[in-house]
Design a protein around this ligand. Structure first.
Ligand code: SF4
Ligand code: SF4
Ligand code: SF4
Length: 359
């Protein structure tokens, strides 16, 4: 797929490139990129933000103290590049929710339960005698993935549940005995000691670069630092700004199938704009009466969408009708009453009761 993209004459791939600035609106964006020390301006009709995410680095379970303790992505790489030591192991332990669903990352990372169950089935298929323990808080193999959970149990994978008050502990320093995991089994009502050959830590998936991207494109972040989807109904895949869409882990942790479905959706939504010869802007938007403007910058500071700017040639604030979202906050805040909503002026509102009384 990478070579298909690179060879497509309609796709230009720019690697080692940084986005510096972006302005404009749906149908007419201008983004400045920095590449090899030079700036490159790109005009484009829509934007799809797909920055991806990354695995967090665990600060517990003796991570970093022993080469046989992997995060899920490190284990996946090891399985691709050098699987034999893993397939020949006698015992493996998977620890779930490492850093997820805890105060620093209160969300579920979504894919790690399925990763562990699927990997355990793979290991058991290669080496049925291997003892595999999955230490979990809740098993979130939802939908059709439930069949994988059942298959793992049928193959003899042992699931041990824990809660935050009884987290497993990992000791790795004893060179002679190697790794040791102590877990409290709520069914046996006693602690068990496991001596695995390797451990997989399902560390939280965290956003990657979304804070900088959100500032450049003036879009919102959710409380966990992922890019936020528009709260308005019927605008899926779109950020808080029209014409700027999102896909994949930039939005929240999700698996490849869901990421591809979302990317296809974002591409389809983009066509709504790209297929048009012209874009109509304006409608219910704010407008500055320049003769009344005292250039106090209140509107510049107030607008949640960063629309008003001071036009020094004009000597007044300027609101681009293509960018204004018509929320009316600047209208209410302008101390000089210099801003009006074009299709909902103060005069119209003041006269509305009189019109009703005349009926
Ligand atoms: S997918 Fe499973 S392991 Fe991952 S955060 Fe959610 S519950 Fe925890
Ligand atoms: S708040 Fe009103 S007076 Fe102040 S800069 Fe904006 S338009 Fe001008
Ligand atoms: S009406 Fe809302 S979106 Fe438009 S300029 Fe004023 S504060 Fe910004």
């Amino acid at each position: 797929m990478i070579s298909r993209v690179e060879e497509n004459e309609h796709i230009e791939v720019l690697l080692n490139t940084t986005v510096k600035e972006s302005k404009g609106f749906a149908g007419s964006f201008l983004t400045t990129l920095a590449r090899d020390g030079k700036n490159l301006d790109v005009a484009h009709g829509v934007t799809i933000l797909a920055t991806g995410g990354k695995a967090s680095t665990p600060s517990e379970y003796a991570y970093g103290e022993n080469n046989s303790i992997y995060t899920w992505n490190e284990l996946e790489e090891k399985l691709l590049t050098d699987p034999d030591p893993l397939y020949n192991a006698k015992c493996a332990v998977f620890i779930q929710c490492v850093g997820s669903r805890e105060p620093q990352h209160p969300y579920c990372s979504n894919v790690c339960c399925t990763f562990s169950v699927r990997t355990a089935i793979d290991l058991k298929s290669k080496n049925p005698d291997m003892d595999i323990f999955i230490l979990y808080r809740e098993m979130r193999t939802f939908g059709e993935r439930e069949a994988l959970f059942r298959e793992a149990r049928e193959k003899g994978v042992i699931f041990v549940r824990f809660d935050l008050d009884h987290k497993p502990t990992v000791a790795s320093k004893d060179k002679k005995s190697g790794l040791q995991v102590i877990a409290y089994d709520p069914i046996l009502e006693k602690s068990i000691a496991i001596r695995p050959d390797f451990i997989s830590l399902q560390s939280a998936i965290i956003p990657d670069g979304t804070t900088e991207i959100a500032k450049i494109f003036h879009v919102e972040l959710d409380p966990d630092g992922f890019l936020a989807e528009s709260p308005q109904k019927m605008r899926p895949m779109e950020t808080s700004r029209p014409g700027i869409y999102l896909a994949g882990l930039a939005h929240y942790p999700k698996d490849t199938g869901e990421s591809i479905a979302q990317a296809k959706g974002a591409a389809a939504r983009s066509l709504e704009i790209l297929k048009q010869d012209t874009i109509q802007a304006g409608g219910l938007v704010a407008e500055v009466r320049t003769e009344k403007c005292a250039v106090c910058c209140t509107c510049v500071r107030t607008c949640p969408f960063h629309v008003p700017v001071i036009d020094h040639d004009l000597g007044a604030a300027f609101i681009d009708p293509a960018l204004c979202r018509g929320c009316g906050m600047c209208v209410a805040e302008c101390p000089g009453k210099a801003i009006i909503m074009t299709s909902c002026s103060d005069e119209m509102l003041n006269r509305a009761p009189l019109v009703l009384l005349e009926q």
